[in-house]
Design a protein around this ligand. Structure first.
Ligand SMILES: [Zn+2]
Length: 202
């Protein structure tokens, strides 16, 4: 959970450091035999540099990660979680985190909402899909309708509480995709219609 925030926070604050963070995520040793990998073009006509084992020649493909979360709503209020872990401890976020193998995007979003907020809710439609190519991530947020205003946040969350639009701590949000998603949410609510918004964050 910490990693994606860390990546994007570093990216938006200091692009160079984020660049190196991305390299930190890249493969250095073969997952098959443990030998060092070299970055080179594979022999199969692939045109991208790949991490290829120097011993067994296994090609390791590195692809974007999905971050999944929700916009949990109770009446005219939105649920935000105050982070209890670094980085950005004390900042506010929508519940979200890395998708796990074996789950769908909506299952992952629901799981994160349960883990971080201890909320009870009904999942609704996909709301935002944001490509963040500079950090190799895709962020997806679903709308969710809370069925209780009692929360039981996990250890990653200092406090889970509801905010009216005018109470949103815009300058204290942990993450740019959270801010973009909230802005779209309130704009759609004013327009009386919720769409799905797909866009890129350069
Ligand atoms: Zn190998």
């Amino acid at each position: 959970m910490a990693d994606w925030l860390d990546l994007e926070q570093r990216f938006f604050c200091t692009p160079l450091r984020a660049h190196f963070m991305m390299f930190d995520r890249t493969i250095r040793h073969c997952r098959q035999c443990g030998a060092p990998v070299a970055r080179r073009l594979p022999d199969d006509g692939d045109t991208k540099l790949r991490a290829i084992c120097t011993v067994c020649n296994t090609v390791h493909y590195e692809n974007p990660l999905n971050v999944v979360g929700t916009v949990p709503v109770w009446g005219d209020q939105v649920l935000l979680c105050q982070r209890n872990i670094e980085p950005r401890k004390g900042k506010w976020t929508l519940p979200a985190g890395f998708m796990e193998l074996g789950e769908s995007t909506s299952e992952g979003a629901a799981r994160e909402t349960t883990e971080e907020a201890g909320a009870q809710f009904i999942m609704e439609d996909l709301f935002t899909v944001m490509s963040v190519p500079r950090v190799g991530q895709v962020h997806l947020y679903y709308r969710a309708r809370l069925t209780s205003d009692v929360f039981d946040p996990g250890h990653e969350t200092m406090e889970a509480r509801l905010f009216k639009e005018e109470e949103i701590p815009w300058d204290e949000l942990a993450f740019r995709t959270v801010k973009e998603t909230l802005e779209h949410y309130f704009a759609d609510r004013r327009a009386g219609h919720f769409a799905t918004h797909a866009f890129d964050i350069a």
